[in-house]
Ligand binder design. Structure first.
Ligand SMILES: [Mn+2]
Length: 370
């Protein structure tokens, strides 16, 4: 299992690469060219520049998150043809730079959605949180402004102001798009992009919808095991995979994360995993708790155990962290709590590794001795 860390670039991240490198077990950066407008080709020289910067800090760059998909592709407009061509070209350029995995999502208009970017917990830490009634009762345009105001001065991935400027128009365009339409548009895209990825030895990895239910009446199709299965099978290739994000899928308690993870690992379709915990309340609200199993509704131990059983050699990153120790960073993307999360995950992994070859009798002796 390769340990990675999302990084937003020298100018736009509070965490320097040199600090990321000091997290034990760190292998590489999950990066992107955040200034290239959605739909345009990523130039090879810019990709190489990013890679060299990361390499010169002793880290690899093999995972990209995300190459975003132009709304015209999601909407199935005739203009999608050019954007798909551009996407193919970006895949080719990324492969020339040694990239192995491209994470992307297929959510209309909004990327992830939260009601709070800094909900305070009793211990004084702050977390991203989702209160259903507050999201549902806020005008989406007001929400966009709120996200901008509460982001500690950092731009939020998926909430780039340029893209959201046209939001009213986009809502209009999505009015008659059903989930079935959206799925067909995804399949159309995958049929054209997966063969290129396969040629380039790149795994495309779709990220689940966050939250995994419809917001503001927009269609959602990447939110449970059945839909994920339909997606990976609609173009049956090892390059058509999933970013198994425990926190996104796990916000719906009907999604059994260890079981879903096990299922798609068996299919060989999980090149990239996002690991985080969520604490879900009775009414469906949730907050992003610390990684520790006891602190949230997901059992991280069971999730790591599934990865370990499969001798997972792909990439994982701690998805988000709490804001602790007075750190000022992009919400969810501080250094400290993501570092703690990695240590918890590696602690579980290493324990499993140490005990995997213990003979059964010794295991029971140890238990008896306790
Ligand atoms: Mn995620």
């Amino acid at each position: 299992m390769k340990v990675t860390f999302r990084w937003f670039g020298k100018k736009d991240d509070s965490v320097p690469l040199a600090h990321i490198r000091q997290i034990p077990g760190m292998d590489g950066i999950v990066g992107a060219l955040f200034d290239i407008p959605v739909g345009e080709v990523w130039p090879l020289d810019r990709i190489l520049e990013l890679k060299n910067e990361i390499n010169s800090n002793g880290l690899r760059l093999e995972v990209i998150e995300s190459v975003n998909i132009h709304e015209d592709i999601k909407l199935g407009l005739p203009t999608r043809e050019q954007y798909i061509k551009n996407y193919q070209e970006t895949i080719r350029n990324l492969s020339k730079a040694g990239i192995k995995v491209i994470c992307y999502n297929f959510m209309p208009i909004f990327d992830w959605t939260r009601s709070d970017l800094a909900k305070e917990l009793p211990d004084g830490s702050t977390v991203l949180a989702y209160e259903k009634s507050r999201v549902e009762n806020i005008d989406p345009y007001v929400l966009v402004g709120k996200m901008e105001n509460d982001s500690n001065g950092f731009s939020l991935p998926g909430w780039e102001p340029e893209r959201l400027k046209t939001i009213k128009n986009l809502f209009e365009l999505y009015r008659d798009v059903t989930e079935e339409d959206l799925f067909e548009n995804l399949q159309y895209f995958l049929e054209r992009v997966i063969p290129v990825a396969e040629e380039c030895d790149i795994k495309m990895a779709i990220h689940p919808d966050d939250p995994p239910w419809s917001v503001y009446g927009l269609p959602r199709i990447v939110n449970n095991k059945e839909n994920l299965e339909r997606i990976v099978k609609c173009v049956d290739s090892p390059s058509n995979g999933v970013t198994l994000c425990s926190g996104s899928l796990g916000a719906n308690p009907n999604n059994n994360i260890p079981e879903i993870l096990d299922y798609f690992l068996k299919l060989g379709r999980v090149p990239f995993v996002h690991i985080r915990n969520v604490k879900i309340y009775e009414n469906g609200d949730f907050e992003e708790s610390s990684h520790r199993s006891q602190d949230g509704s997901l059992d991280l131990y069971e999730i790591i155990k599934v990865l370990h059983n499969h001798e997972f050699t792909g990439y994982f990153r701690p998805d988000h962290g709490r804001m602790i120790w007075d750190e000022v960073a992009r919400p969810g993307y501080g250094l400290y709590d993501r570092g703690l999360g990695i240590m918890y995950i590696l602690g579980i992994w290493d324990s499993l590794e140490k005990t995997k070859n213990l003979p059964k009798e010794r295991m029971s002796e140890n238990v008896a001795a306790e």
